[in-house]
Design a protein around this ligand. Structure first.
Ligand SMILES: Cc1ncc(C[n+]2csc(CCOP(=O)(O)OP(=O)(O)O)c2C)c(N)n1
Length: 641
C-alpha cells in the first residue's frame, strides 16, 4: 500500500526543508506528520503512542536546532518515528522494523541525524553529556546537545548518574523531559508523584510564568541574555530551592512545565533556551497517542505498540485461528506464578517496568501486595529481590534477557556471592525479532553459565516451563535459579498440565538415533524435533536430547551421549561463544571423549532486526539450517563452504 504524505510533508526530505517553512505552517506540518505515522503504523505495525506524543516536539526541535551539527539524542528511541521521517527516511519508513528495512530505533549507522544508538532506556543524558564535554574540549562552543527523555526512562538509575554529573559540568546540555505519566504501563514511583506535583503546583506555575516573561523579553539579546538570566535566576533560585526543586538542587536550570503539543510555544521556548548556556532541563507535558482518539482516550498500554489496526475504526487486528493455539510463554509464566503463589505464601513477583510485557500484571492484579513494578530499574530489581530473599521470601524476578545485561554486577555481587535463592525468569531470551540488536537476548546463557551459585535452565515447552518454575520455588540451600524462554508462543495448546518437580541437572532423551545426536537447549529444540521427523522419513535416525540445564549440565545423560555418538550437534538460541555448545565441548575435553561437534547458535556479530523465523533462518538455527548441518555431518550432501 502506498502511503502518501500531505502537502507540506511531501516537500520535506531533511530538517533543512523544515526550516524553510514559516513558523505559522508548523501546526499543519505536525498534523501531516501525525497522519503519516498513523497511516504507516496502522498498516505495518510498530511503536505508536509514544511517537504521536512527541510530534510537535520533533517538529519544533528540527525547526529550531541545527541538526545534525546540534546533537539530538532520543532516549529509548521508540518515540523517534517523526524524527526518522523528517530526517530522510520518509520514503523507506514503510520498511520500519522489517527484515532488511530501517530500524525501529535511532541507529548511528543508519543516519547522521541519529546521534546515538538506542533501544534500552535512560542512556540519553550520559550520552549527550559526553558529546557536550567533547564539544567543549574541541572549542565547538556553539554546538547544542539535546537529550529527550521520558518520565519512564527517568526512573532508570543511569539517568540520575548522568544528571548528577551534568549538574557540575558546565556543559551545554539541554534535557527535555517528555512527561506523559506513562512508561509502557503507567509510570510508577515517588518521582512520578513529584512530577505531578510540580506540574500542578501554583507556586511553580507562577514562577514559571515569571521566567517565561523574562525569557520572552530576552529573545534576540544574545550574550547579554545569559547575564540577565543569571541575575534574575539568583533572585528566584532561593524560592525554587525553598520548593526543593529536585532538578535545581542538582544544579540543572529547570524550565517548565510547558505544553508539549503547542508547537509555536515550543519554538519560542527552545529558541530562548538556545541562548542559555550550561546544563538545563525543560519539562514538557505531553499525551501518549495524542491526536488519534482511540489511542488518546483508550488504553495507553495497548496503544504503545498495538500491531496493525483499522485507522478509521481504531479496531486492532487480531489473527483468527481455526485450531486452538499454544499460549505465549510469558502468559504461561504469569498464570503459573499466580498458581504457585497461591500455594506458597513466600512467593513474590518483581518486574522492572514490564508488567504487561512479562505478564507479571496477572499477579499484580490478583495479588497486588505481592507483586512489584519497580520502574525501569533492572539493577534495583535484582538487589531488591536479593533483599527479599535474605528474609526467606521466594522472589521471582522477571527481566527480559537483554535488559538483564544492565544488572550483571547485582546478580554476581548481591545474589551469587551471597548465595541467595532468587529465581530469575528471563523473557525474550534468544532472537527477539523486530526490535533488533538492542533487544535480542543473545548472551544470557554465556553470562550466567560462568557464575557460581547459579542454576541455568531453559524449557522446551510450556509444561517444562511450569515444572521448572515449580522446581525453582521448592526450598533449597541458596543458589539462584534462572529460567530463560523466548518471545512468543510455545507449542502446547493444552498447557495446564499438573506440576511436577524436575531433578536439577537432568535432561530428557527425546529419541534415539544411529550415528548423530542433536543436543538442544530450550524452545529452539522444537526445530530439532522437526528435523528428526524429516530425516526419519528418509530412514535416517538422528537422536535428540533436550539438555534442559546448561548449569549444572546433565552429566549422566552426556556420558551416555558421548559413549553412543561420535557426531554431535549442539543447538541453542544464544551466542555460540561461551554458550551451551561450549559447555558440551568443555565436558568432552574434561572427560577425554572424542567426537565431531558442530555448534549451532548465534554467531559472533550483530544480528539485525526481522521476524524471529527470518533471523533463525539467516543464522542457520532453524529446521533447514539444522537439517543442512546434520546432512553434512552424515555426508548425505556435500559440505557447504
Ligand atoms: C533498560 C530498559 N528496560 C526496559 C525497557 C522497555 N521499555 C521500552 S519503552 C519503556 C517505557 C518508557 O517510558 P518513557 O520513557 O516514559 O517513554 P514513553 O513511552 O512514555 O514516551 C520501557 C519500560 C527498555 N527499553 N530498556
Amino acid at each position: 500500500m502506498l502511503i502518501t504524505p500531505g502537502k507540506l510533508l511531501a516537500q520535506i526530505d531533511s530538517p533543512a526543508d523544515v526550516k524553510k517553512l514559516d513558523q505559522a505552517q508548523l501546526v499543519q506540518l505536525s498534523d501531516e506528520l501525525r497522519h503519516f505515522i498513523i497511516d504507516n503504523v496502522s498498516v505495518y505495525g510498530g511503536h505508536f503512542g509514544a511517537s504521536l506524543g512527541v510530534v510537535e516536539l520533533t517538529v519544533a526541535l528540527h525547526y529550531v536546532f541545527n541538526t545534525p551539527y546540534d546533537q539530538l539524542i532520543w532516549d529509548v528511541g521508540h518515540q523517534a518515528y517523526g524524527h526518522k521521517i523528517l530526517t530522510g527516511r520518509k520514503e523507506s519508513f514503510h520498511t520500519n522494523r522489517m527484515y532488511k528495512g530501517i530500524s525501529g530505533f535511532p541507529k548511528r549507522s543508519e543516519s547522521g541525524y541519529d546521534a546515538f544508538g538506542v533501544g534500552h532506556s535512560s542512556t540519553s543524558v550520559s550520552a549527550a553529556l559526553g558529546m557536550a564535554v567533547a564539544s567543549k574540549y574541541k572549542n565547538e562552543n556553539d554546538r547544542q546537545h539535546i537529550a529527550v527523555i521520558g518520565d519512564g526512562a527517568l526512573t532508570g538509575g543511569i539517568a540520575f548518574e548522568g544528571m548528577n554529573h551534568a549538574g557540575v559540568s558546565d556543559s551545554n546540555i539541554l534535557i527535555i523531559l517528555n512527561d506523559n505519566c506513562m512508561a509502557i504501563d503507567p509510570n510508577v514511583g515517588a518521582l512520578k508523584d513529584y512530577l505531578t506535583d510540580i506540574t500542578t503546583s501554583r507556586t511553580y506555575n507562577k514562577l514559571k510564568d515569571e521566567v517565561w516573561n523574562l525569557l520572552g523579553k530576552l529573545s534576540g539579546f544574545g550574550k547579554s541574555a545569559q547575564e540577565i538570566v543569571s541575575k534574575v535566576e539568583n533572585g528566584i533560585k532561593s524560592t525554587l530551592l525553598s520548593q526543593s526543586n529536585f532538578f535545581e538542587s542538582l544544579n540543572l536550570r529547570y524550565f517548565g512545565p510547558v505544553d508539549g503539543h503547542d508547537v509555536n510555544h515550543l519554538v519560542t521556548v527552545l529558541n530562548d533556551l538556545k541562548n542559555i548556556k550550561g546544563p538545563k532541563i525543560l519539562h514538557c507535558i505531553t499525551t501518549k497517542g495524542k491526536g488519534y482518539t482511540p489511542a488518546e482516550e483508550g488504553n495507553a498500554t495497548t496503544w504503545h505498540a498495538p500491531g496493525t489496526f483499522d485507522k478509521i475504526t481504531g479496531e486492532i487486528h487480531k489473527k483468527v485461528y481455526e485450531k486452538p493455539q499454544a499460549p505465549k510463554y510469558q502468559d504461561v509464566f504469569g498464570h503459573t506464578l499466580v498458581e504457585l503463589a497461591k500455594a506458597n505464601d513466600k512467593i513474590v513477583g518483581i518486574t522492572p517496568a514490564m508488567p504487561s510485557g512479562s505478564s507479571m500484571n496477572i499477579m499484580m492484579k490478583e495479588m497486588p501486595d505481592r507483586a512489584f513494578d519497580v520502574g525501569i530499574a533492572e539493577q534495583h530489581a535484582v538487589t531488591f529481590s536479593a533483599g527479599l530473599a535474605t528474609q526467606g521470601l521466594v522472589p521471582f524476578c522477571n527481566i527480559y534477557s537483554s535488559f538483564m545485561q544492565r544488572a550483571y554486577d547485582q546478580v554476581i555481587h548481591d545474589v551469587c556471592i551471597q548465595n541467595l535463592p532468587v529465581v530469575f525468569c528471563l523473557d525474550r531470551a534468544g532472537i527477539a525479532g523486530a526490535d533488533g540488536p538492542t533487544h535480542h537476548g543473545n548472551y544470557d546463557i554465556a553470562y550466567f553459565r560462568c557464575l557460581p551459585n547459579m542454576i541455568v535452565a531453559a524449557p522446551m515447552n510450556e509444561a517444562e516451563l511450569r515444572n521448572l518454575m515449580y522446581t525453582a520455588q521448592l526450598p533449597r540451600e541458596g543458589q539462584a535459579f534462572s529460567i530463560r524462554y523466548p518471545r512468543g508462543q510455545g507449542v502446547m495448546p493444552e498447557w495446564r498440565q499438573p506440576l511436577e518437580a524436575i531433578t536439577i541437572g537432568t535432561g530428557r532423551k527425546l529419541c534415539d538415533g544411529d550415528e548423530l545426536a542433536i543436543l538442544s537447549f530450550g524452545h529452539i529444540g522444537n526445530y530439532a524435533t522437526e528435523v528428526c521427523n524429516r530425516l526419519a522419513k528418509q530412514n535416517v535416525n538422528v537422536a535428540h536430547y533436550d539438555l534442559r540445564f546448561a548449569k549444572p549440565l546433565p552429566e549422566e545423560m552426556l556420558h551416555e551421549v558421548f559413549t553412543r555418538y561420535k557426531k554431535i550437534i549442539t543447538l541453542e538460541d544464544g551466542c555460540i561463544q561461551g554458550g551451551v555448545g561450549s559447555a558440551v565441548l568443555e565436558f568432552m575435553a574434561d572427560n577425554n571423549y572424542q567426537a565431531e561437534i558442530r555448534r549451532l547458535g548465534i554467531p559472533d556479530g550483530i544480528i539485525e532486526h526481522g521476524e524471529q523465523l527470518e533471523l533463525h533462518h539467516e543464522i542457520g538455527i532453524d529446521a533447514d539450517g539444522i537439517e543442512r548441518a546434520a546432512a553434512e555431518m552424515l555426508e548425505l550432501v556435500p559440505k557447504t563452504a
